[in-house]
Design a protein around this ligand. Structure first.
Ligand code: ADP
Ligand code: MG
Length: 482
């Protein structure tokens, strides 16, 4: 654990009286503005409850914040180029495809569509690159998300909340210290531009969602915001499983047709997790969508470009040069930390050896998204010892452990969440910054490449990982300090 500490933006602790009043206000503000989700314990479509959030914004040094904001358009460009480089994707994922059935399925769809020839060459990327501060003022990338990237909407609302609460607590200058955040507007712009490019006024946008959606507000904000700006664009929500029974087909020109409507854009808010594919039929639907003329967010090649294995390949020296000019390479390299292959070769054997000798310095990661999958500390030793000679290890990567500084904050959770009794306790927390990026382009050009906003997600320092919908992480905003 890091021994560095950041000072909070206001004097803590608050008095019991001030705290109680602030938490009351905070919870009502959050509910009334949509920092909310459906309860997992008492699921009811008529109700939402607050998502975990921090009472006050967490301190974040300005320099690394601006550094990663500026680097985002280079990462967008990088991911876009990687997604359209068949040879690079194939070589990077070769061993993983043999060891990991999920990645293999995605890769098989990619190869199938590649061989047939893409009916739609354009991909829409709604990305988020995640970072932890390292020790004092360094910042290092944790991962980049290319599929079902969440919280662009709620991050925007959370920025407004933190400005409100700090002002209530008597703080001025909140506008300078809590930076503008238009992540939702940026994502919506991407979806609308993709719809326009499809060039069919009758065509709709299809959101692919889970069978049961808990993180409903974040998703619906995207939908409702599009309807507000462009009422002529119709949006429907379907799970892959519901499409199996409802029916989905290709028209004579490979148009994607659902509910008798042509689909212009398919926006995945699900489909990155095993649970979205309970049978082969859901995989068939994913393939059908990829074969179609609809613009996908993400296309299967974008999905693959966001895997941890590709991230690890990109961190090898000299690889970035294939995609970016020299100045850009240096900027991107600065935010990478050590990532190591576990393939059966010299590099892989070396990685196993150092991880076994000092497991606390590393994190072991599979090709999964959504939190709770990584392995830490002594468990790395146990895991590696039992799989040293198994093909399974090549589906994983090893990464240098990042040590973010601690600070104090209050985590606010709905009463039925785990740890809700901590409500009024000041916790030691660590924060993870995410920067949102949007890309739209094909194999020849990138038509849209923007950095659109950010999110801070905060968890108790005693947790290795913290999903927000899982109730461990909390929505937060950066309060910039020098
Ligand atoms: P996922 O795709 O499941 O979100 P991540 O790579 O983001 O996978 O890892 C999940 C969490 O694990 C991160 O949010 C972070 O808290 C922690 N984590 C990941 N990589 C590191 C690292 N190198 N050092 C320290 N913590 C890490
Ligand atoms: Mg993550």
């Amino acid at each position: 654990m890091s021994t560095f500490r950041l000072e909070p933006c206001i004097q803590l602790p608050l008095s019991q009286e001030e705290l109680k009043e602030s938490v009351d206000k905070a919870k009502d503000w959050a509910l009334m503005h949509g920092i909310s989700m459906r309860s997992k314990k008492n699921f009811n479509k008529d109700q939402v409850q607050i998502l975990p959030f921090t009472l006050i914004p967490s301190s974040f040094p300005k320099k690394p914040f601006l550094l990663v904001k500026n680097v985002q358009i280079l990462l967008n460009e990088l991911i876009h180029k990687v997604a359209y480089d068949k040879e690079f994707l194939t070589n990077s994922l070769k061993s993983t495809v043999q060891a990991d059935p999920f990645t293999a399925k995605l890769f098989h769809i990619y190869e199938t569509v590649y061989k047939e020839g893409f009916s739609q060459n354009i991909s829409l990327g709604l990305l988020r690159s995640d970072y932890l501060l390292h020790n004092n003022h360094e910042i290092k990338q944790v991962e980049i998300n290319t599929v079902a990237t969440s919280f662009a909407a709620l991050a925007t609302v959370t920025t407004q909340y933190h400005r409100y609460i700090l002002e209530e607590l008597g703080h001025t200058e909140t506008r300078e210290r809590i930076p503008e955040n238009n992540a939702l507007a940026g994502f919506i712009t991407g979806l609308i531009r993709a719809w326009e490019l499809y060039d069919n006024k009758e065509a709709i946008i299809l959101f692919i969602v889970e069978d049961v959606t808990y993180n409903i507000s974040d998703q619906r904000f995207h939908e409702f915001e599009i309807c507000q700006l462009r009422p002529e664009i119709k949006i429907i929500r379907r799970s892959l499983t519901s499409l199996v029974s409802e029916g989905i087909k290709l028209g004579p020109n490979k148009e994607l047709i659902v509910a008798n409507k042509v689909v212009a854009v398919v926006y995945y808010r699900s489909g990155y997790e095993l649970e979205a594919y309970p049978t082969e039929k859901e995989w068939d639907i994913r393939l059908l969508i990829e074969r179609s003329r609809a613009i996908k967010c993400p296309s299967v090649q974008y999905h693959l470009a966001g895997t941890k294995k590709v991230q690890q390949s990109l961190a090898q020296s000299s690889v970035l040069k294939m995609f970016l000019d020299e100045k850009s390479v240096n900027k991107v390299q600065e935010i990478f930390t050590g990532l190591y292959t576990l393939d059966f070769n010299d590099d892989g054997e070396k990685a196993v050896k150092v991880a076994l000798s000092e497991p606390n310095k590393f994190v072991l990661k599979p090709q999964r998204e959504g939190g709770g999958n990584n392995i830490y500390n002594e468990n790395i030793r146990t895991w590696l010892n039992s799989r040293k000679n198994s093909q399974e290890r090549t589906a994983w990567i090893l990464m240098d452990r990042i040590y973010p500084p601690l600070q104090k904050n209050y985590l606010i959770r709905a009463i039925d969440e785990p740890h809700a009794e901590d409500n009024f306790d000041l916790s030691d927390v660590i924060t993870e910054l995410g920067i949102y990026g949007v890309t739209l382009g094909d194999s020849n050009e990138i038509m849209l490449n923007t950095q659109v906003g950010h999110i801070l997600r905060t968890k108790s320092s005693s947790e290795n990982e913290g999903g927000i919908v899982a109730g461990i992480g909390a929505l937060d905003s950066p309060y910039l300090i020098s």
